[in-house]
Design a binder for this molecule. Structure first.
Ligand code: FAS
Ligand code: PHB
Length: 390
């Protein structure tokens, strides 16, 4: 007998959604989180949900607040040259929409559901170590301040993000890491102001900008910034001036500015770690992959991984192990699709330090082509709104 069937490392969206789905299937699990609950809830991250993520949350009984407070987007808009705006209506093209609903809210909903079902979540679990992963008796040790504890289990789900420990337990001779670091970051703010009603990306010779939202009185904006910048280099006035400069006047005239209530500077990178399984360890979410937020894929990929992994574990305990055997290959097919799309969006919309006037014109021409081609718009739409789960 083991202490639990699945030990889940990390109580972010991947770990908590996996715990939720396993508990609904009667598969015992324990979640180990190194931070406090309030620390995890204090993170400001993703904002746009693919249609598949929305359906996954609804099917799991986690959609009520999202449907009440979220904002449905049926169109993705891209501005360039300070004048043109390309609008791709995913509902008209595919019958699918996106949802603006912050990751912070999803985290709150997951924790509320965990409380309601009496889930076993250990916060502030320090020095988490994975043992005997390739054996039939894996275990996890950790310290809660009252001494070291050991959790015996049948499977370990590494949902501990890019800086977690799970990925490092896959031997170097087994693991292949793919990395691309972009030479800029995103400066993001939250302001308690009415947002633009549309989701708007902008390519500008001064750099990228993005207008998003969290609710009718909470706006989320980003501008591309050099990696050498610090948050203190960006006063609110400087941020608003730069954002408005990078938007076409038809849109900048609609922006309501105000004091920022949160300001962050995030570097952009792509990372994929293969395989996403080693022995009885399965990686899900940022523990296995990172994408630049340009394509709004990070959180959505984490949900897709968890959807595949939970279904595979449920099938395993029903006597069919093929899902677990296929998990890594299945998840990585979607991961690489999202990584490539996020790379394409990032390369198309940002100003690179060594970029020439030719490069800027080539970016603008590609945007003009997408604006002129229903086929190109359909390709953008199906990738942005989310491809079907295989
Ligand atoms: P997470 O990193 O969210 O969660 C991992 C959890 O594991 C954390 O709570 C961590 O404390 C815990 N952990 C780490 N090491 C541990 C250990 N050794 N032991 C126990 N627990 C451990 N995505 C988008 O789609 N759009 C965005 O705009 C966007 N913005 C982002 C901004 C920032 C600054 C960052 C970092 C990410 C952003 N992302 C965005 C991506 C983000 O949303 C992730 O895709 C999402 O959080 C992935 O969820 P998890 O895989 O659960 O990883
Ligand atoms: C956000 O709302 O935070 C957001 C939206 C779209 C992105 C990235 C972030 O591509």
């Amino acid at each position: 007998m083991t202490d639990t069937r699945v030990a889940i490392i990390g109580a972010g969206p991947a770990g908590m959604l996996l715990s939720h789905l396993l508990d609904r299937a009667g598969i015992d699990n324990v979640v180990l989180e190194q931070q406090s609950r309030s620390y995890v809830l204090g993170r400001i991250r993703a904002g746009v949900l693919e249609s598949g993520t929305v359906e996954t949350l609804r099917e799991a009984g986690l959609g009520n607040r999202m449907d009440a407070e979220g904002h449905v987007h049926d169109t993705i808009n891209i501005a360039w040259r300070g004048e043109d705006v390309l609008s791709v209506n995913t509902f008209e093209l595919l019958g699918k929409t996106m949802m603006a609903y912050g990751q912070t809210r999803i985290q709150e909903d997951l924790y509320t559901a965990a409380d309601e079902r009496g889930a076993r979540v250990v916060f502030q679990a320090q020095d988490v170590q994975l043992h005997d992963i390739a054996s039939d008796h894996p275990s996890v040790t950790f310290d809660t301040g009252a001494g070291s504890e050991r959790l015996s289990c049948e499977f370990i789900a590494g949902c501990d993000g890019f800086h977690g420990v799970s990925r490092t337990h896959i031997p170097d001779h087994v693991r292949t890491d793919y990395d691309k670091v972009y030479p800029f970051g995103w400066l993001g703010i939250l302001s308690e102001t009415p947002p633009l009603p549309i989701l708007l990306y902008a390519n500008h010779e001064r750099g990228f900008a993005l207008c998003s939202m969290r609710n009718p009185m909470l706006s989320r904006y980003y501008v591309q910034a050099p990696l050498t910048d610090r948050i203190e280099d960006w006063s609110d006035d400087r941020f608003w001036d730069e954002l408005l400069t990078r938007l076409p006047e038809s849109q900048s005239s609609r922006i309501v500015t105000g004091p920022s209530i949160e300001k962050s500077l995030a570097p952009l990178r792509s990372h994929v770690s293969e395989p996403m399984r080693w022995g009885n360890l399965f990686l899900a979410g940022d523990a296995a992959h990172i994408v630049p937020p340009t394509g709004a894929k990070g959180l959505n990929l984490a949900v897709a991984d968890v959807r595949y992994l939970s279904q595979a574990l449920i099938a395993h305990y029903a006597g069919d192990g093929t899902g677990l055997e296929d998990y890594s290959a299945t998840a990585l097919r979607r991961v690489w699709g999202a990584v490539r799309f996020s790379w394409w969006m990032t390369t198309l919309l940002h100003r690179f330090p060594d970029q020439t006037a030719f490069d800027q014109r080539a970016q603008e021409q590609e945007l003009s082509y997408v604006a002129s081609s229903a086929h190109a718009q359909a390709a953008l739409a199906e990738q942005y709104v989310g491809l079907p789960y295989s």
